[in-house]
Design a protein around this ligand. Structure first.
Ligand SMILES: CC(C)(COP(=O)(O)OP(=O)(O)OC[C@H]1O[C@@H](n2cnc3c(N)ncnc32)[C@H](O)[C@@H]1OP(=O)(O)O)[C@@H](O)C(=O)NCCC(=O)NCCS
Length: 115
């Protein structure tokens, strides 16, 4: 199942300010992408999108949300860490142009200290 969360504002003619794409497979959910328009960043849009994902994942009895991100993507990594995601692994030279490691994160939704 594919999940899409969108963040719009009525103040600006329902302009899309951010979106999130995730895939649920059994008890796991893979966060494929989350992006916020540059002029709307640092206003908690990303936080609200991930909160919406967590709520939807809970409704589908998901136990873990997984994701991977470029090592150098400090904004995204800071967002995930602030929301409780923990580093689980690393894939060397996973990305191209430029070549870079992927850092893997997981958020447990039940037991073991999850949200
Ligand atoms: C990553 C991204 C989605 C964050 O969205 P956002 O709406 O700006 O994030 P929020 O305002 O909810 O930020 C929540 C917290 O994340 C961290 N954070 C967000 N942007 C940051 C930045 N540029 N530098 C450092 N920390 C950052 C901060 O801890 C922030 O809390 P604070 O503002 O109280 O300090 C956004 O920067 C983006 O769209 N980036 C380009 C696309 C991308 O890289 N997506 C991830 C692909 S895996």
């Amino acid at each position: 199942m594919v999940l899409v969360c969108e963040y719009e504002t009525s103040e600006r003619k329902n302009q899309l300010l951010g979106f999130l794409l995730a895939r649920i497979t059994g008890q796991e959910c893979e966060l494929e992408n989350v992006a916020v328009a540059s002029e709307s960043q640092r206003r908690r849009v990303g936080t609200q999108l991930i909160h919406a994902l967590i709520q939807a994942a809970r409704e589908h009895r998901v136990l873990r949300i997984l994701l991977e991100v470029r090592e150098s993507n400090i904004p995204a990594r800071s967002l995930y860490e602030k929301l409780g995601f923990k580093v689980t692994n690393r894939r060397q030279s996973y990305y191209n142009h430029p070549t870079e490691d992927a850092v893997l994160y997981a958020l447990a939704l039940k037991e073991s200290g999850g949200i």
